[in-house]
Design a protein around this ligand. Structure first.
Ligand code: PHE
Ligand code: ZN
Length: 878
């Protein structure tokens, strides 16, 4: 029996709920294996729904104990209940109260959805459809209710009791060891934003005064003893609150705001109203245990969840097809925040790297889907790079097209109109259409059409007429379910540069005052006047649209941009484009001349010599070649991962040799002298130093081993220690194995650090790695139940280790498939995410492709697959 024939949910079938729930009163008696929940729901028929229809509440593995309607216990026959739903066939035609008693075993809840336990603490996760695992409910985002939650627990077991909203009452239950707390959230919210926490937790907190002078208690709760690692998160929260006031005029609205770190969590974090729950990986940080990128991620995710208070909570989504309405917008907001707090160009490059490696990949895979999907079998599978990252790019393009001021006016109008409501993408766009008077219906196609457009750019110079013409053409390849594509509205920020790198003062009427041309047809041409000599065009500055670009520029012309363009993103892009061309040639057996290699390396060496210390973080990015996965994606078919690995290694060696003196100098001079600070400037210096180390080791193993092992032993922070260990990983031998052992010894009791250790070993590009990974699964710190452990060891083996996951003998695929099946019995969401590593299988060469297909088929044939895994495996094979 196959379980993957789950019902398809379609956007076109949306209709308002027939009933509304205005008020929810919840009473929890927490118990490790038998938590009792009493839910009292104030229900009424929805005036815009159908009348005379049964009331059907959602459930998921619900264990019903009792049910009453307006205080009268319902008899069998008056309702129908099974673990998946509760039906009252003849509910009253007016308002009524439904009281439902259920019992939950939070300890047995390995799916980490609904109420579960993590390190002995109680917590909940309700997005998207987890609330129905707590009680029967209209578990859909357009049913908004005011919640009051009473939580009672054994004091010794759970001295801290947290709920949504504001605390209203607490005390001891006389004559018992129990206590309780009552929380009230005055803001109507959908059930997916419900949360509670109960447990033993340490706390750091402060008072935040909002722009209108209200005082808010802001707090971060962590495992007792780890309070000293919560300070950075608290600081990031405060900075986020200030930023949203200053940049979007949005103020916090409750008396308390709490963040709780838990160690078992399926995702990054969750924006529950007033009570954000986080994967502890995105809260806990100390210089000894967290890297610079951990700090940056913590800052971004704290901001992201906080920003949801407006973009997601005050204005929520009508249905799950509108997920990008909150996620795309909130990612855009957190990216803007990080750009303001750090370096904008450096952050933009990081965003684009992530977009290309995750979203472009998804968009070219069997799992491609629109930013607003029109159907799903399992909504959990749509928390994707497309919905999040491409969704953010759409918001950014809108801002690029209409300008900063109109963008802010549109946002204000959107919040004004939709506050307290469940909105749609149409509501969002209408706010901008109304403030600008523009027709955004063509722009809206970005939400509906999947696939990454390719834009080709050809330049023609007419010396006599001093004219320069750019011919632009867009085309989007077919994706599953969308064989033909329409042209999109593509904002192109651009400028012209002379062959020796000076900005040109050329004129083109169709380029607006902000330097943006909007391509909205399949083909168009723009002409610049006053162009005396053949220019180098700099197009898609700042990555102004999520497209792939083909340019008719020579490598030498691109390298002019590296040195001289006024747009930092395109300086970086120019070098990446040249490097990518060379890597593709090297990987596919196309000869590359020494001159071609030298032109890139000498341009990069010259660049770092003059510019690196002005912006070390940028220089580190410029020195980092496209990843093996990026090259594979660029090649796109008949991929041989071993050839790509060899090509990239050869190029790193070449670069390391060519810039050796300069790199040695960076490695020496940028050594840490002052004490660790996670700020962007200090992190940038570490990034450059470690990029230098990496290239030096690629050029010469012995030098690399020596420098890296010294750095490993003397490092004063995790960034430098991990970077050196990562370099040692590329050098087989006893030095490496001793370093691996020393690291384990030192961080044995730090699960989040052991995760890094798992990841580095899983990424070793050697044939023995698979055995190593299997061995590490027996390590006492590993647990198949913990998503962080599984992702660090198995997920990163599949995602980072191109040559070993894609082994020619198929052993990598078979191994990951077996883990997917094991994980699926415990935690379907974790399993299906792991499975998405197979999304590249169709672009492999035939031998690998057939091994991958067989591994996928072995999963598809397994009886009783979860809906999550069934959906992904079937789409992958389609
Ligand atoms: N909504 C969460 C976020 O901000 C993600 C999430 C989805 C978390 C589903 C848990 C479950 O992005
Ligand atoms: Zn989010």
């Amino acid at each position: 029996m196959r379980t993957d024939v789950a019902q398809i949910v379609r956007l076109e079938d949306y209709r308002p709920s027939d009933f509304l729930i205005d008020k929810v009163e919840l009473d929890f008696r927490l118990h490790p294996t038998a938590t009792k929940v009493t839910a009292t729901l104030s229900v009424r028929p929805n005036p815009s729904g159908r009348s005379d229809v049964p009331l059907v509440l959602d459930g998921d593995e619900v264990n019903l104990k009792a049910i009453a309607l307006d205080d009268r216990t319902l008899e069998a026959g008056e309702f129908e209940a099974n673990p998946e739903s509760l039906t009252i066939s003849q509910p009253p035609q007016h308002s009524f109260r439904l009281t439902i008693e259920t019992e939950i075993n939070p300890t047995a809840n390995t799916k980490l959805m609904g109420l579960y336990r993590s390190s002995g603490n109680y917590c909940t996760q309700c997005e998207a459809e987890g609330f129905r695992r707590i009680t029967y409910f209209l578990d859909r985002p357009d049913v908004l209710a005011v919640y009051t939650t009473r939580i009672e627990a054994e004091y010794e077991e759970a001295p801290v009791l947290l709920g949504n909203g504001n605390p209203v009452e607490s005390g001891f239950v006389e004559g018992t060891g129990r206590h309780y707390a009552v929380w009230h959230d005055p803001f109507p919210k959908p059930s997916y934003l419900f949360a509670l926490v109960g447990g033993r937790l340490g706390r750091v907190s402060k008072t935040f005064t909002t722009m209108s002078g209200r005082e808010v208690d802001i707090a971060v709760y962590v495992e007792p003893g780890k309070e000293d690692r919560a300070g950075y998160a608290l600081d990031a929260l405060e900075r986020s609150m200030i930023w949203d006031e200053q940049v979007f005029g949005r103020e916090y609205d409750l008396d308390v705001f709490s963040i709780v770190a838990v160690s078992d969590f399926n995702m990054g974090a969750m924006e529950n109203k007033g009570l954000n729950i986080f994967n502890d990986k995105y809260v806990l940080a100390s210089p000894e245990t967290a890297t610079d990128s951990d700090y940056a991620n913590i800052e971004a995710i704290i901001a992201h969840e906080y920003f949801h208070n407006w973009s997601g909570n005050r204005v929520t989504c009508r249905d799950w097809f509108q997920l990008c309405l909150k996620e795309g917008l909130t990612v855009f907001r957190d990216q803007e925040f990080s750009s303001d707090e750090r370096s904008r160009p450096v952050h933009r490059i990081a965003e684009v790297k992530a977009l290309r490696s995750r979203q472009f990949l998804e968009d070219s895979s069997p799992l491609a889907h629109p930013v607003r999907p029109i159907q799903y079998r399992e909504i959990n599978n749509f928390y994707t790079a497309t919905v999040y990252e491409k969704g953010a790019e759409i918001v950014r393009m809108l801002k690029t097209i209409i300008g900063d001021e109109d963008f802010r006016r549109g946002m204000d109008l959107y919040y004004d109109r939709c506050d307290g409501r469940a909105a749609t993408v149409e509501d969002f766009l209408k706010a901008f259409a109304d403030v600008t008077g523009r027709d955004l219906s063509h722009f809206a196609r970005w939400y509906a059409q999947s696939g990454t457009p390719r834009v080709s750019v050809h330049g023609h110079h007419d010396e006599a007429a001093k004219m320069y013409r750019l011919d632009l053409r867009q085309q989007t390849p077919p994706t599953p379910g969308q064989p033909t594509k329409e042209p999109l509205v593509v904002p192109i920020a651009l400028g012209l540069v002379t062959q020796d790198g000076q900005p040109m003062d050329a004129h083109c009427e169709r380029v607006n005052s902000r330097g943006v041309f909007v391509l909205d047809k399949t083909e168009d041409s723009i002409t610049f006047t006053g162009v005396a000599s053949r220019p180098v065009p700099s197009v898609f500055r700042g990555f102004s649209a999520p497209v792939k670009v083909s340019l008719d520029l020579s490598n030498d012309e691109l390298l002019v941009l590296l040195r001289h363009d006024t747009d930092a993103f395109n300086r970086w892009q120019a070098a990446q484009t040249v490097a990518m061309r060379l890597l593709v040639s090297l990987s596919t057996g196309t000869p590359v001349s020494d001159e071609e290699m030298a032109s890139l390396s000498s341009a990069l060496c010259a660049f770092i010599e003059t510019d690196a210390l002005r912006d070390p973080a940028f220089a580190a990015l410029a020195l980092t070649l496209p990843s093996e996965a990026d090259v594979a994606q660029e090649i796109g078919k008949e991929v041989d991962p071993d050839a790509i690995h060899r090509a990239r290694k050869a190029m790193r060696r070449h670069l390391g040799n060519a810039c050796r003196e300069q790199l040695l100098d960076f490695h020496r001079s940028l050594a840490q002298t002052e004490s660790y600070s996670p700020d962007a400037a200090s992190a940038g210096r570490r990034a450059l130093r470690n990029a230098a180390l990496d290239l030096l080791a690629a050029a010469d193993l012995r030098t690399g081993e020596q420098l890296a092992s010294t750095q490993f032993e003397t490092a004063s922070n995790m960034t430098d220690r991990l970077a050196s260990l990562s370099v040692l990983m590329t050098i087989p031998g006893m030095v490496r194995e001793n370093a691996i052992a020393a690291f384990e010894e030192r961080y044995r009791s730090e699960p989040l650090v052991i995760d890094k250790w798992f990841t580095l070993q899983a990424a070793i590009p050697e044939d023995t790695t698979l055995e190593r990974v299997k061995r590490l699964m027996e390590h006492p710190a590993f647990s198949i139940n913990n998503p962080n452990r599984v992702r660090s060891l198995i997920g990163n083996f599949a995602m980072l280790n191109q040559v070993q996951f894609n082994r020619a003998d198929g052993a990598g695929y078979a191994f990951v498939a077996s883990i997917v099946l094991r994980a699926d019995e415990l935690n379907p969401q974790l399993a299906s995410r792991l499975l998405t590593a197979f999304s590249t299988w169709r672009m492999m060469e035939p031998t690998r492709r057939s091994h991958a297909r067989r591994a996928l088929q072995s999963i598809a044939q397994k009886p009783n697959l979860s809906r999550d895994v069934g959906d992904i495996v079937n789409r992958s094979l389609e």
